[in-house]
Design a protein around this ligand. Sequence first.
Ligand code: FAD
Length: 292
Amino acid sequence: MSYPRFRYIAPQSVKEAVEILHIAREKGEKAKVLAGGTDLMVQLRDRSEIPDLVVDISRIPVLQRIERMGSDIRIGPMVTHAMLAASDLVREYVGVVSEAARTVGSPQIRNLGTLGGNIVNASPAADTIPALVVLEAKLVLTGPDGEREMAITDFFKGPYETVIEADELLTGVIVPLPPPSGRAVFLKLARRKALAIARMNLACMLYYNRQREVFEWVRLCIGSSTPRPVRMTSAEKALEGKTFSDEVLQNAGAAAAEQMVQLSGLRSSTAYKKPVVGDFVMRAVRMAVEKG
Ligand SMILES: Cc1cc2nc3c(=O)[nH]c(=O)nc-3n(C[C@H](O)[C@H](O)[C@H](O)COP(=O)(O)OP(=O)(O)OC[C@H]3O[C@@H](n4cnc5c(N)ncnc54)[C@H](O)[C@@H]3O)c2cc1C
């Protein structure tokens, strides 16, 4: 097993890390940020990434925190999937993130792999992204000119492509606390149980008002099915204001499948994915309603 040659540096603060990235950019050098390395080491090994410099951010304590800040939970990008799965704060307030993190890879991958790496790598199969989309999370990017904040859906340009600049770090994930009435579900379809990267995953959060017998609001996001993570707004609209019934569920499933095809175009996988998307949506919505 051989890796390309590169210089390695482990800054102790965000400021130092950003300065290093900025200098590298000015010099025309390619720098790569290293978090847990579970994606990057594979990319270095197969030489799809050949950096001049690797900037290891694992020694910056401020990036490893999970804190409640008013009506938000702020999660540092160096928080691992294992930490997300174990955090009382995450489980209690934004449990769908912890559910998603629990399905990532194996215990070894969950101990090393981070939330920030999962987001910035921008794989369509990334498990935490649909959960963060339905929570309407915001990302904080820090660069030489300071911080900028954006909705998570604005971060992705396409598969493995984001708007992050070469001298920017993802420094925070801000998750607004969802209304307590919301019920959330995360589902994952994968080929194998162990080390299973999603063939499709889905996060759903909704409020079904049992007194009025209507879906008050619904948020749905399906991973590995659209070029970039988006809300399945047509399925959301097919549910909102309606009473729970098999017909309403079927309409929502069909609307999600149609939106997936519109966004992705017809592909060889469409014949398989279309019914699965519909079924996934129906299953998730039913499970969320059954949560009470
Ligand atoms: C065997 C195996 C199984 C896996 N199973 C799953 C799975 O089930 N579900 C899933 O979603 N993923 C899975 N993955 C993918 C991977 O583990 C996750 O995406 C993980 O969260 C990546 O985090 P990391 O810290 O290891 O990222 P790294 O590999 O360190 O970095 C990934 C990318 O993000 C960039 N980056 C990281 N942090 C920052 C930051 N703060 N600012 C700017 N750029 C940054 C890096 O430069 C790199 O381009 C699997 C990987 C393997 C090898």
